[in-house]
Design a protein around this ligand. Sequence first.
Ligand code: SF4
Length: 702
Amino acid sequence: IGDSADYDREVDSVCPFCGVGCQVSLKVKDDRIVYVDGIDGPANEGRLCVKGRFGFDYIHHPHRLTRPMIRREDAPAKGLNVDPANPWTHFREATWDEALEFAAAGLSSLKAERGGKAVAGFGSAKCTNEEAYLFQKLIRQGFGHNNVDHCTRLCHASSVAALMENVGSAAVTATFNQIEKADVAIVIGANPVENHPVAATYFKQFTKRGGKLIVMDPRGVGLRRFSSHMLQFRPGADVALLNSIMHVIAEEGLYDQQYIDGYTENWEAEKAHLAGFRPEDMESLTGIDADTIRDVARTFAGAEKGMIFWGMGISQHIHGTDNSRCLISLALMCGHVGREGTGLHPLRGQNNVQGASDAGLIPMFLPDYQSVTDDGVRSAFSEIWHSGDFSAEKGLTVTEIMDAVHDGQIAGMYVLGENPAMSDPDVDHARDALAKLDHLIVQDIFLTETANYADVILPASAFAEKTGTVTNTNRQVQMGRPAVAPPGEAREDWRITVDLAKRIGLPWDYGHPSEIYEEMARGMRSLDNITWDRLERGAVTYPSLSPDDPGQPIVFGDGFPREGGRAKFTPASVIPPDEVPDTEYPMVLTTGRQLEHWHTGSMTRRSRVLDAVEPEANCSLHPSTLRKLGVAPGDMVRLSTRRGSIEIMAREDRAVSPDMVFLPFAYVEAAANLLTNPAIDPYGKIPEFKFSAVKVEAVGNS
Ligand code: SF4
């Protein structure tokens, strides 16, 4: 990490980590980034968190992939067994021509022998919009089906399902900065202080000027000390809690009848459903006393302007869609949508998960959430792509694709920038699937756990090595710019995908990401008025109503993009978690991120400062649990679920309740997803990462 004054050029770009989308200035000396500063982007106004400021040096790490590699014929059996510093026992170097030919030939022969459905693709929320667009186009146009997905399936797929169903749009209705104008805000199932740290600074400032912050989470998250109300409810009791809050609002007539009449449908059914959720009857289920629930209901409904923010504590449940339906209903009944200081905001995780989803990197939607089952939509894209029709059948999702590999339906995969060998639930199931594939192409910047299973590895580029647009949680489209060249022979991801597409026979011809953007925007009304040239000059929030409009921070003030223009109430009933604790597995395991580490750790664990601050795998346990186990902080414990066991260092943490374990998922040596439950939400198909029954034991401590 260099001296702030010691650089010879600077390039403006966007932080590669979370969905806040902070703009950064990359300071470069001798073709190395030596320092990063925050600049005045719409989401960060100069601010950065520890990851944005100090987490950039992974791009110069010696483990970067610099040449294409092909699995050796005499390589050991596929498994998690490749040394990233010495991969030559498993792989040999190849030229780009040879590697691309090998990659394309494997896909083409599977298609010829077994049909296009024998091939599936995982794209990445870490790539640009243009790269996400090309990737889904390659699978759809090249193989004729929709078996293409990415990590949104593991983070906010259930929020998207509920928003599409009830609001008609999957993006936020208001930017998080609108909290500056709100009177009250709910943050539920989210830990912005660690996961969206710069957004959290706005939340803290909101409380400083008197805003009421209602925090609800089974863990006592970092915003607790800024909150007016902290509801540490029982894990999995989200629907009971939210319905009981809405019960009070309905019972006491605190709802906004004028808004309900003017902009919504199905209110009477919702109101009747809520009658069964008296807070007094929900106390034992939620762990929250009725007086507190009544106070929260009156505070939120009584405010003139209220916002709701949520994260994966809401979405990663088998009832994740129901959880989001409740939040949407709560905002609608109070009329807290479509005005300044109001809105629904699922805090998006990855830096470009919003953009990758918008660009169609999901199995049921083409770009702009246009259904693959709609003949008109498919024919519009066939025209844009100058190609024939493709399947009207919704494709398989991330976990369904792994199941289809085990069933023998899928034998080839192209994985760009995803790491399912770490990120999938019950990850041994995913690792076994990867080992079974006849042909696996992995395109990445490091030899990830997934690349261990590859037949061919294509070395790609990090954010600071390429041009392209990304879209943050606020719907703000921003330009990423290259500050340094990719190392060795590594290439920009879009170039690799184009070269591969040509070799499987697609007539693609792109010379620059702006050409891809221009084609993508032709099929996306959300990008109307947002040209590449404008983005070169600065961020634009979609929708933008004219070539001069910087974009709309708040949407749906005059109706919703649903038939009839109304949002919908969808009542939600209480569904217990898939796996409830019992005598064998008596505690609750929940997983998540830490401030210093990002997702599967492939970048942040190779960042010197971040890894120095948080170097070791650890789990959080309440002091009373540690006492009961006879374990001191720093000792090892064994965590076991019905899927597997890991041994890991215990950390004392009063934020978790005595019957709970919090486990970060960035550490391969104690992989959290060896333990997690693969049961999925029926609508969003998202796994229940936030609730598994677990046993905790002391191991070999002196
Ligand atoms: Fe990067 Fe998110 Fe931190 Fe901003 S808040 S610097 S986008 S990790």
